[in-house]
Design a protein around this ligand. Structure first.
Ligand SMILES: [Zn+2]
Length: 125
């Protein structure tokens, strides 16, 4: 894992810290060329049956790199290379599912391929 030095006390620590764990000094994380570890997008749902919610949406989070969150009680490691889907109804997540990167690539390819058939079916303009 990449590390950063505190400019005040020189303690080395993970780059995802915003403040030094020893002295509380702000860490110069803005200086790091850092790719985001996670990106998320929301996709609006469409109501196709009476049982469907009118304001449901899909949240897709791509976890690119492993991420460690440290707290005084211990640390939690969120693995990278997976995509997490959650179905939201208003403010509440109804269910979640994570799939590995390989499955996510397969899903993206599947959707791309199926939707391209729709493009072929469009009348020529
Ligand atoms: Zn420090």
């Amino acid at each position: 894992m990449e590390r950063i030095f505190c400019p005040s006390c020189r303690l080395q620590q993970p780059i995802d810290h915003a403040y030094c764990v020893r002295c509380g000094h702000g860490l110069p994380t803005h200086l790091l060329e850092q790719a985001p570890v996670k990106r998320a997008r929301f996709f609006a749902g469409v109501k196709v049956s009476d049982r469907d919610s009118a304001n449901a949406f899909l949240r897709v989070s791509c976890y690119l790199k492993e991420q460690t969150f440290s707290t005084p009680e211990g640390s939690v490691v969120i693995p990278g290379h997976h995509v997490r889907f959650s179905i939201w109804n208003g403010e509440q997540a109804q269910c979640v599912l994570s799939i590995p990167e390989t499955e996510a690539r397969s899903l993206a390819h599947f959707i791309e391929e199926e939707l391209s058939k729709l493009d072929d079916a469009l009348p020529a303009t």
